[in-house]
Ligand binder design. Structure first.
Ligand code: GLN
Length: 253
């Protein structure tokens, strides 16, 4: 049994759409493979100590909550950068994702600093982008998988040239409603607009994160492969969500 150490950033501020449900999924899927998830809250003023966590998680929030945590996150930026450079994994959702970039200009023009961990910038637009989303991801060449989720954001996120998106939008808006990209991935760091929460209906992504976290925990270059789970309910949940996204159509539908 290995204890996978998770640092949950700002659970009291960034948790819309029950984003913390993602942690419950990680804990359960780890337990089914005989591993324990050891979750620590990293709130305002708490220090991030590189090496102490294998996976960091930051949820979504309204502009108001983002504004409350942005400066504190900047104070943690250097330690977080050091941690992920040393191989820790990170999942950031929506409001948390925006703050991983260089900055976010909110709906009322508030300029919030980001921590520059991902090569992107976000500016809020007039119209909110709301609804079910379906993405196609290719983490390994030739290995395509879909992610289904829900988005609700005013922010338009632009990736820098050459930055890697999390996936290609099959239905929904994605980063900005124009580029056809959603999210961003850099090594073991993932940012995405998908919440709802994201992991219950996309078990493969939960396992990918656990595998990266285990690689960090064990000091292995290559992540171990977790044994597959039956995932019947998870697949059905994914299908319901994917079908809703396809029915929605829209710009990329
Ligand atoms: N406040 C941000 C926006 O509207 C993020 C919203 C969210 O986390 N759902 O773009």
């Amino acid at each position: 049994m290995t204890a996978i150490r998770v640092g949950h950033l700002y659970p009291d501020y960034l948790n819309i759409y029950a984003d913390r449900g993602n942690i419950a999924v990680l804990a359960r899927r780890a337990a089914w493979r005989g591993h324990e998830l050891d979750v620590t809250a990293l709130g305002m003023g708490d220090a991030v100590v590189p090496g102490e966590h294998d996976l960091y998680y930051v949820g979504g929030g309204q502009d108001r909550e983002q504004l409350l945590v942005a400066e504190d996150l900047v104070a943690k930026a250097e330690a977080l950068r050091e941690a992920v450079t040393a191989g820790a994994a990170l999942l950031a959702v929506c409001g948390g994702y925006q703050l991983l970039g260089r900055g976010y200009r909110g709906f009322h023009g508030e300029d919030m600093p980001g921590i520059g961990l991902l090569p992107l910038e976000t500016v809020a637009g007039e119209r909110r982008m709301i609804g079910d989303v379906l993405l196609e991801c290719e983490f390994q060449p030739g290995e395509k998988r879909t992610l289904a989720g829900f988005e609700n954001h005013a922010g338009r996120t632009r990736l820098d040239p050459g930055a890697q998106p999390l996936g290609r939008v099959l239905a929904g808006f994605g980063n900005d409603g124009e580029s056809g990209f959603e999210g961003c991935r850099a090594g073991r760091v993932i940012g995405t607009y998908l919440h709802g929460p994201l992991l219950p209906r996309n078990g493969w992504l939960a396992d990918w994160l656990l595998e990266q976290a285990l690689a960090h925990r064990l000091g292995a270059d290559d992540p171990p492969s977790l044994e597959p789970l039956p995932d019947e309910l998870e697949r059905r949940a994914h299908e319901v969500s994917a079908a809703r996204a396809r029915a929605r159509g829209g710009r990329f539908g």
